[in-house]
Design a protein around this ligand. Structure first.
Ligand code: ADQ
Length: 470
């Protein structure tokens, strides 16, 4: 079996993969350890041109090499802050209203992909398989192919793939899909995302789609599949339990003075539906006076991408809403919304989830949403909380034990909160069991192993068959 090469925009450090990193980093690292290989990507640092060109920096951990490069200010602005996060991210989350398109940024995006690919080529061996992650790196395989790389290359999109009518808003949409056709395998979070890609291929690229999901487009053949990312639920359950009597949990419990707790945890991002969530909670207090003083919403939302203007705006909007609602319903000893802009240790979060009666997860669009899955896994099976989940999270297709809501329907969300707050124990337990069974059946290992198995089964190209587009 050949080595595994993982490429993602950011690379977890060797320490992060062992400690409190997100499940994804741990899952990917597990596969790297088994096969041996390289994890390649941006270090997270903005550096001078000389330092950037001197990379990659190599760090060895057993059979895994962590290879990272710095980005220059211009590359960071155009590739990361620009086209990736001010064009692709909003459009792929159906927020054309928040997207901008600048030709220079798109050129920078392609330039950085080509530059990164060139750096990686030197580290490759002939029977390596290459797994590229996410929207920052759509043109990566094309760049590798044009350097003559014939290895198997797969791509997993962590975020939604938009319906063709939405994708058309990005002027070089055809080039992007053409770039995607240079992969051997494309993985999507849900059947809806895969269908949207197929729709583009048939309607806008004169391509064909077979019943098994394989695609012919732009003179290339590739496979597509649905690989729903998961968590390791039993590990989360065990850790949440182990941390339940730690200081932070006891302090929270004491401060709640018997009030019910609703927990929400997200990166501070406009796709997560935070403002809509706050308004639904406000409606609960407005329509059901009996809950005033008796229920608290804890929203943990560390800022991300704070140098992108749309992220500054969502932060302001949320601060305004939290202040307004708290002004309206606080008492001398009661604050309805506790809004924390902080990163938390992963295991602390899980133990806080376990203390709560509701996990309130309401994105407007989300590839999967791992918080929803983590919330379920962290519950105490003897007295589980209820997951109130947006129908627009990829996880909604799997977690049939959740109370599903449309985040644009404030009254509907308020009613779902009321229902969840009053749900009897047996109903909560039944829903929890259904959700846990779904998590166990499709855990993070299944996601990773099925993607890699399918990628390994793709016939390898012969030399001279790299076939990049011009
Ligand atoms: P994200 O948009 O980041 O991921 P999500 O899937 O919820 O969304 O993952 C967030 C991760 O960060 C979770 O593991 C969560 O525990 C952690 N996290 C969130 N807030 C935190 C905090 N305050 N402190 C510490 N940890 C925190 C993207 C896509 C998703 C997709 C994932 C994985 O947008 O749709 O599910 O990738 O594919």
């Amino acid at each position: 079996m050949g080595r595994l090469i993982v490429v993602s925009n950011r690379v977890a450090t060797p320490t992060e993969t062992k400690g409190s990193a997100g499940g994804l980093a741990v899952g990917v690292f597990g596969a790297l350890k088994d096969a041996g290989g390289v994890w390649f990507g941006w270090s997270g640092d903005v550096v001078s041109e000389t330092v950037a060109n001197a990379g990659p920096m190599l760090e060895q951990d057993g059979a895994v090499t962590f290879a990272t490069v710095g980005l220059t200010r211009k590359d960071y602005d155009q590739y990361y802050r620009g086209f990736s996060n001010a064009t692709l991210w909003p459009v792929f989350h159906y927020r054309n209203d928040l997207a901008r398109y600048e030709r220079e940024e798109y050129a920078g995006y392609r330039r950085v992909n080509a530059w990164l690919a060139h750096k990686l080529v030197k580290l490759l061996e002939p029977d390596d398989i290459i797994w590229i992650h996410d929207y920052h790196l759509i043109p990566f395989a094309e760049a590798l192919r044009s350097e003559g790389v014939t290895n198997r290359i797969g791509f997993f999109l962590h975020i939604p793939f938009p319906a063709p009518q939405i994708l058309l808003n990005i002027p070089p949409h055809e080039e992007l899909v053409k770039s995607l056709s240079c992969y051997d395998l494309l993985g999507f979070q849900t059947a809806t995302d895969q269908q949207a890609f197929h729709d583009y291929v048939t309607r806008h690229a004169r391509g064909t789609v077979s019943a098994d999901g394989s695609v012919e487009a732009f003179g290339r053949k590739l496979r597509t599949g649905v690989y729903r990312i998961g968590v390791f639920p039993d590990e989360i359950a065990e850790q949440a339990k182990r941390y339940e009597s730690r200081q932070h949990v006891l302090e929270l419990k004491q401060s709640l003075e018997g009030r019910k707790l609703i927990m929400s945890v997200d990166r501070l991002d406009y796709s997560k539906g935070l403002v809509e969530r706050f308004r639904a909670f406000e409606l609960l207090l407005e329509r059901s006076p009996e809950w005033r003083g008796n229920v608290t919403l804890v929203q943990i939302a560390p800022p991300t991408r704070s140098d992108v203007a749309t992220y500054q705006k969502i932060r302001q909007d949320l601060e305004y809403e939290a202040g307004r609602i708290n002004g309206r319903y606080s008492g001398l000893d009661y604050t309805p919304i506790r809004y924390l802009n902080q990163q938390y240790d992963r295991w602390k979060l899980m133990s806080l989830f376990r203390e709560s009666q509701i996990g309130f997860v309401t994105p407007l669009h989300d590839g999967m949403n791992l918080v929803a899955k983590e919330y379920v896994a962290a519950q105490n099976p003897d007295d589980p909380g209820v997951l109130v989940l947006s129908i627009f999270a990829g996880a909604a297709a799997e977690l049939s034990g959740a109370v599903l809501v449309n985040p644009h329907d404030a009254i509907g969300m308020c009613e779902a909160l009321q229902r969840a707050l009053q749900m009897p124990l047996d109903a909560r337990q039944r829903r929890h069991e259904i959700n846990m069974a779904a998590l166990r059946e499709n855990d993070l290992g299944v996601w990773r192993d099925s993607f890699l198995r399918d990628l390994r089964s793709v016939p390898v190209r012969r030399a001279g068959e790299a076939g990049g587009h011009q």
